[in-house]
Ligand binder design. Structure first.
Ligand SMILES: [Zn+2]
Length: 204
């Protein structure tokens, strides 16, 4: 897909090109509350990828309309600009906010350790999604956790609450360079109980 629509069911992934100037809309599937783990690379130089820590330095741990998603060296520049974020920016009782750029992704090993579930996590789902593009496990990196509801507690530990994104919520990202994007619709408990997946659309 470099234009069009892609549905990604919970626990599955997808990858596609987004050209500079195109807008990627990431929306909720039926039920709402779905978290997506988004990885992105410069389409022409995959050493340059999304850089969550740099993004947090400029915009904070949670991003919203007007913020930009930054890249690692050798680029170190905006990869995406958030044109629209319909999620109401409301803190949870514990102080969480939406659209996290710092927390690590889940993996088969983490899911086994934490939940006793020997099933693929976002690490494995992203690996499968990028394999057709010639990328491997070593290319998967810390994600932009779109719709993820996270915070830092009084002991300086990160936490998440189930995503409160509604069924009609979406985020629009304008690509600032040609990118390869991979998204995992996270199977984990950071997604709400009714979550079913994400709907991605690309337009000029
Ligand atoms: Zn996950």
């Amino acid at each position: 897909m470099s234009k069009g629509r892609l549905e990604i069911l919970r626990g599955e992934g997808g990858a596609f090109e987004v050209r500079a100037g195109q807008v990627l809309r990431i929306g909720q599937g039926p039920g709402g509350g779905q978290v997506g783990d988004l990885d992105a690379w410069n389409l022409h130089d995959r050493r340059e990828a999304f850089h969550g820590a740099r993004t947090a330095g400029y915009h904070g741990m949670h991003v919203t309309t007007g913020d930009q998603l930054w890249s690692t060296p050798p680029g170190e520049r905006p990869m995406f600009t958030i044109l629209e974020d319909t999620v109401a920016r409301r803190r949870s009782p514990r102080g969480a906010l939406q659209h996290d750029v710092l927390l690590g992704r889940c993996s088969r090993r983490v899911r086994l350790w934490r939940y006793g579930s020997d099933t693929p996590g976002c690490q494995e789902i992203l690996v499968a999604a990028i394999e057709p593009f010639g990328l491997g496990p070593e290319h998967v990196h810390d994600a932009f956790n779109v719709f993820m509801y996270t915070g830092i507690d009084e002991n300086d530990r990160t936490f998440f609450d189930p995503s409160d994104a509604l069924e009609d919520d979406h985020v629009d990202l304008r690509a600032e360079l040609d990118c390869l994007v991979a998204i995992s619709a996270c199977p984990g408990r950071s997604s709400g109980p009714a979550a079913t997946g994400l709907v991605c659309e690309i337009r000029d």
